[in-house]
Design a protein around this ligand. Structure first.
Ligand SMILES: Nc1ncnc2c1ncn2[C@@H]1O[C@H](COP(=O)(O)OP(=O)(O)O)[C@@H](O)[C@H]1O
Ligand SMILES: [Mg+2]
Length: 367
């Protein structure tokens, strides 16, 4: 196992007009045995990052260390990192056991030891009953587990999975996420799971590192990313439906409030955040509030927010209201019993602590 540190890591492909700065000043520490997800939209630099960890791609700047030892100059074989991809690439003429044991055979491990190791991995991956089967007869999930097993049997120091579930249907994906979490619990290996899907990342990982545009935006637990997003990108990317954002300015008549530009809406911020804003000289901010944090108000609830219903989207266990005031629209998640119809005015309430305030220029969370 290994403790992995990325210190100001950069990746630049090409030069001149074809130059691409794919990873920029990336700092990330992955503890020994930790399960970290690297999450971000396509093209943000995830695969480049993990190819540098594996040793398949030269590091253009910075240092990668395993257990305090720089690995920049080491060949992939010397780093002992295993990588699994979405494609299973199993050998069709080999049994499950032979597929699992193949990396050991390549290394010249004797047959009895290969059998023992394959049996051990099969036990963890629940493949024991099908050790004698051929890949052609296996389900997608079983093939995936054989492929994982083949990577794990080498006993890698770090285990990396790149978009391994991108094309697996939702039902099977759920089971595989569960399996993968159990595998990590059993093996306690340092694992890096790369995905563009926040649901996978948040379900699996101890910690999620969110990337966008070649840069790390935030690394944190599910709670940190959800409740204290470092900037507007993270607030928008994490959570479903996405966070509502509003252009706001301080209300000259009420120091507790931020009023929404070009509408009659306004938000009451928490007293400490509002006090901090008064110290700054900015005239514009961006408020973010999650649809889950806007509730239908009961009599006497404060603060409130009233707007007119544009769409009531019924989703079974909840409904999502799209509301509007002037040119401003936003969404609220409400119980399905709410019968609000298009054109009705509804009054919502919220906790001022859930009103996130961002710097309008830098997009950084102020409080
Ligand atoms: N071998 C390469 N040569 C040139 N550009 C590349 C190469 N590999 C990736 N890129 C570019 O680097 C950026 C990041 O790509 P990648 O690391 O694959 O992102 P992700 O895995 O997050 O989708 C993209 O703009 C991509 O086009
Ligand atoms: Mg990729």
């Amino acid at each position: 196992m290994a403790h992995v540190v990325l210190d100001d890591v950069n990746k630049i492909y090409g030069s001149g007009p074809s130059r691409v700065h794919a990873v920029q000043d990336l700092n990330l520490e992955i503890a020994d045995g930790e399960f970290v997800a690297l999450l971000g939209p396509s093209g943000c630099g995830k695969t480049s990052t993990l190819r540098m960890i594996v040793g398949l791609e030269e590091i253009s700047g910075g240092t990668i260390r395993f257990d305090d030892r720089p690995v920049n100059g080491l060949e992939p074989q010397a780093r002992n990192v295993a990588m699994a991809f979405e494609t299973y690439a199993l050998y069709p003429n080999f049994t499950v056991e032979e597929n699992l044991a193949f990396p050991l055979e390549v290394r010249g491990v004797a047959a009895p030891e290969r059998r023992r190791k394959a049996g051990e991995i099969a036990e963890i991956l629940k493949l024991t009953p099908i050790l004698g089967d051929y890949p052609g007869g296996l389900s997608g999930g079983q093939q995936q587990r054989v492929s994982l097993g083949r990577a794990l049997i080498r006993d890698p120091a770090v285990f990396i999975l790149d978009e391994v579930m991108s094309h697996i249907d939702a039902h099977l994906k759920f089971q595989m996420l569960f399996d993968l979490k159990a595998i990590h619990r059993d093996l306690k290996k340092t694992m890096v799971y790369v995905t563009h899907d926040q649901v996978e990342a948040l379900a699996l990982a101890d910690r999620v590192a969110v990337m966008s545009n070649a840069k790390l935006q935030q690394a944190g637990t599910r709670n940190e990313l959800y409740n204290r997003p470092a900037n507007i990108f993270v607030a928008d990317f994490i959570g479903e439906p996405p966070t509502n954002f509003f252009d706001v300015e301080p209300d000259p008549d009420d120091t507790a409030r931020l009023r929404v530009v070009d509408s009659g809406l306004g938000f009451t911020g928490s007293p400490d955040r509002m006090a901090r804003l008064r110290q700054s000289d900015k005239s514009r901010y961006i408020v973010g509030i999650r649809p889950q944090n806007l509730r239908l108000a009961a009599d006497g609830n404060t603060p409130t927010l009233s707007a007119s219903v544009q769409i009531n989207e019924y989703l079974g266990e909840r409904s999502i209201l799209t509301l509007g005031d002037g040119n401003v629209t936003f969404r609220a998640m409400v119980p399905p019993e709410s019968r609000a119809a298009r054109g009705d005015t509804v009054t919502l309430t919220y906790d001022p602590a859930d009103v996130m305030i961002f710097d309008a220029e830098t997009t950084v969370l102020l409080g």
